[in-house]
Design a protein around this ligand. Structure first.
Ligand code: 1HN
Length: 364
């Protein structure tokens, strides 16, 4: 009997829905050199997005049932998503509108573009006012409804870990019984958020996750200004993370949110990370060079940096700062020891400043 060739044997196995390990050797040859970035770098221009949002207000007269939201889809990803784990988009809500309450296992956040005191999201019974550039979390499985009780349209950026949750096949969803959820109105002291500062009730065990629900822009901007004179990160300038004040970790278990200042004329060094990111330009003008592609951006543009793509940022202005808000999937990778950077570890690599030396006693 003539011996089977390996190729014939592989075909037989394939019919039985099995595959020999030796086949992976061939596969591995293709992946040598590390991950290939998933999707492409891309910019969604405010000047193209904004008129479409305005148009959507006429074409979709109510945001009552659905959210009047556009997702920004990476032209290089067949499965959808802005990166392979993150989805960013924009939402507009007209005066008097309500986007009714629901919850899902997809974690989300809102970064406000246009808002005011009478625009708010209710998250698990807590009212979160939406002023321009505030960050509001709507954590996994939290009830959330959006309200615009003001006379002006409101716009915000939505970021979700949707591709990640779909990838793990855990997309639960539930509408609230009724359009708006009950609010803890009697006193702000009842809010979980009132317990996230440096002074906390001695009689309660603190809630440990998904806190606070709202990071006001006034605090973020003040902290950027306070630290602007520092050297900062060679790769990201003055990049600050919105952290959970209880455990010091990321704002949500899958999403790390950053606010970052590039000083006038600042050009960062290039690096790559196994994480991917989406960016929203708060203000300023510049470019981010991703591999060989130059992403030109200005105020209110949105862009993405795929995983394991070399990237650096340039603030083109000699006189003005550029401010970027970004969301990274770093915690997803760190949870499983899959977070790497090249050419060096830069995130949290440096120790905090030392106590200044005590001067020697002078002889009198
Ligand atoms: C969602 O629930 C919201 O609650 C916005 O405002 C955008 C995009 C995809 C899936 C769910 C919201 C969304 C979304």
């Amino acid at each position: 009997m003539v011996a089977k060739t390996l190729q014939e044997f592989d075909v037989e196995l394939d019919k039985l829905h099995m595959r020999g390990q030796w086949q992976y050797d061939r596969l591995l040859e293709q992946v040598i050199g590390g991950p290939k970035p998933a999707g492409v770098p891309y910019v969604w221009k405010w000047e193209e997005v904004y008129p479409k949002l305005v148009e959507a207000c006429d074409i979709i007269p109510e945001s009552y049932t659905a959210r009047r939201n556009f997702s920004f889809l990476n032209p290089g990803l067949e499965r959808g998503g802005t990166t392979h784990t993150l989805l960013i988009g924009m939402q507009m809500i007209k005066p008097g509108e309500l986007a009714w309450a629901h919850r899902h296992t997809i974690a989300a956040l809102r970064f406000v573009v246009r808002g005011n005191e009478r625009v708010y999201t209710v998250v698990d019974g807590e009212v979160c006012p939406m002023h321009a550039y505030d960050l509001i979390l709507t954590p996994r499985w939290s009830w959330h409804d959006h309200h615009n009780e003001s006379d002006h349209p409101a716009i915000w950026v939505d970021v979700l870990d949707l591709p990640f949750v779909i990838g793990l096949n855990v997309p639960f969803y539930e509408p609230y019984p009724g359009d708006r959820q009950q609010v803890r109105r009697s006193s702000e002291a009842e809010y979980i958020q009132a317990r996230t500062g440096a002074l906390r009730p001695t009689w309660e065990r603190p809630k440990e996750r998904h806190l606070p629900l709202r990071y006001p822009w006034v605090d973020a901007e003040a902290q950027l200004k306070r630290l602007a004179k520092l050297e900062g990160s060679p790769y990201d300038g003055i990049a600050l993370e919105y952290v959970n004040p209880i455990n010091g970790g990321p704002a949500m278990p899958t999403l790390s949110c950053w606010i970052q200042m590039l000083r006038p004329g600042e050009e960062t060094k290039s690096h790559r990370q196994t994480s991917s990111a989406v960016y929203f330009v708060v203000r300023g003008e510049g470019k981010t060079i991703v591999n060989d592609e130059e992403l030109e951006w200005k105020q209110h543009d949105t862009f993405c940096v795929p995983n394991w793509a070399w990237h650096r940022h340039v603030n083109r202005s000699r006189s003005d700062e550029a401010i970027l808000f970004s969301v990274h999937d770093i915690p997803m990778l760190q949870a499983f020891d899959l977070y790497y950077e090249e050419p060096e570890n830069s995130i949290r690599a440096r120790p905090a400043p030392l106590v200044p030396p005590v001067p020697e006693k002078s002889e009198k």
